[in-house]
Design a protein around this ligand. Structure first.
Ligand code: GLC
Length: 429
């Protein structure tokens, strides 16, 4: 009697566990979805893990395609694939600034997403173009200031609140550290000529109360004295507290120097916190702090709004499944898992969860930065944003390299933006 009861239970268990597998593994029903994601920090690994979970749940395969580390290069790759209506990639991880550039190639996701109200309304607005929800926000970024807590303590300094304080402290500690470490610099950031430099530039501008290049009324506001001061201040760091090599740095270069113990301060995104504290890979684990970026003498602290969203190409052969992968990857459970590594949620409810927010130090400064967020002018410039960003990073790079004055750069960038808009934008003089 006992034996037969057991075998019935065993049979039932086997049957119940086998049914979903049987239903899902039929060769005729399993599809393959391809997602282009990842590149910086743990992005790729977290994307692969998330995709594998979806795959397990649904029985469909996911291929993860690597993307270039630089946002500028990723855009070039995507534009090529999307314009040609390739169906080799179904789901794209897109930058927060791209909806205006890519919306016509992406599906409206609203029919597939049951709870878009659970996301921050501003981010949903960012992704809604002509009434179509062309992507779903996946994670939020803001620029932050990382510092060596141990060195500030040793030299008796507080965390700097202004750029002038940062410069003063960096100059002093750099001089003190150089005899032990010839590679040591005060401040590392992203100075290469690409989208990351544009983020730094907009932070310098907004923290000096100099506007964010083009306002909502499509007036080019860049040509002003505070903007000149902001750019000249940064140019003055180069060779003094910032190595000239920074003019070739992207996020991962800055992080490598900071983690090797070669920098006092670093500007980077939230992902750098948990990696910087990993004793297996970082020489400065446990010795670092993170806070909001400094302000100009007249401005307020800020951070650029960054972050990545997920969109589905109109060319996909599997819209339903591709949208389901997006739904899954942006679900609360996935966002919670990713938040533990500093990829911050786009769902407001997760910020109410103190168990989550207290275990990662970036939540607080990110909140502060978002109060006075530095928006790149992507919404106001739409289709021409790519050029606006290119002018900003190219000409600022020249200023940082000592090849152009800050005055000449703000004048020339402003003029080029107005020209590129075919005169639709006006210029504030
Ligand atoms: C980060 C941001 C993204 C930005 C990029 C620049 O990935 O999330 O918005 O464009 O850095 O390098």
């Amino acid at each position: 009697m006992q034996v037969s009861q057991l075998s019935v239970r065993t049979c039932l268990t086997l049957l119940l566990t086998a049914i979903p597998g049987f239903l899902m593994s039929g060769a005729a029903t399993a599809a393959q979805i391809t997602i282009a994601c990842g590149a910086v920090g743990m992005e790729r690994q977290l994307c692969e893990e998330g995709a594998a979970r979806w795959s397990e749940q649904t029985g469909h395969d996911v291929e993860v395609i690597a993307t270039p580390e630089s946002s500028t290069e990723r855009l070039a790759m995507y534009q090529l694939l999307l314009r040609e209506r390739h169906d080799t990639v179904d789901v794209y991880q897109i930058d927060v600034i791209w909806p205006g550039l890519l919306h016509e190639y992406l599906l409206d996701l609203s029919p597939y997403i049951p709870d878009e109200n659970a996301f921050f309304p501003n981010l949903i607005a960012n992704d809604t173009i002509n009434g179509r929800l062309i992507a779903l926000p996946w994670y939020v970024d803001t620029g932050l200031l990382y510092y060596r807590k141990d060195l500030l303590d040793q030299y008796g300094y507080d965390v700097p609140a202004t750029w002038s304080e940062l410069e003063r402290i960096a100059t002093d500690i750099q001089a003190g550290e150089r005899p032990q470490n010839r590679e040591f610099w005060g401040y590392v950031w992203q100075g290469s000529d690409y989208e990351g430099l544009t983020c730094n530039v907009v932070e310098w501008l907004v923290s000096h109360d100099a506007g964010n290049v083009v306002d909502e009324g499509q007036t080019v506001t860049l040509n002003n004295d505070k903007a000149v001061k902001a750019l000249a201040t940064a140019a003055n760091w180069v060779g003094k507290i910032t190595s000239p090599a920074v003019l070739g740095y992207r996020e991962e270069d800055a992080r490598a120097q900071f983690e090797a113990g070669n920098a006092l301060f670093m500007r980077n995104w939230p992902y750098a916190w948990s990696l910087g504290n990993n004793p297996e890979t970082s020489d400065v684990a446990g010795k670092i702090g993170v806070t909001v970026l400094p302000r100009g003498d007249e401005g307020q602290p800020t951070g650029a709004l960054g972050g990545w969203h997920l969109g589905v190409t109109k060319a996909t052969k599997n819209p339903q499944l591709a949208a389901d992968l997006v739904r899954f990857l942006t679900s609360e459970a996935e966002q919670r898992r990713r938040a533990e590594h500093g990829y911050l949620p786009t769902r407001s409810a997760l910020y109410e969860d103190t168990a989550l927010t207290s275990q990662n130090a970036v939540f607080e400064p990110v909140g502060q930065a978002l109060n006075n967020v530095a928006l790149r002018p992507s919404s106001s410039t739409g289709r021409i944003y790519k050029y606006v960003s290119r002018y900003l990073s190219q000409e600022t790079h020249d200023v940082l390299a000592g090849e152009k004055s800050a005055e000449a750069a703000v004048e020339s960038i402003s003029r080029r933006i107005v020209e590129k808009s075919l005169g639709d934008f006006s210029m504030l003089r």
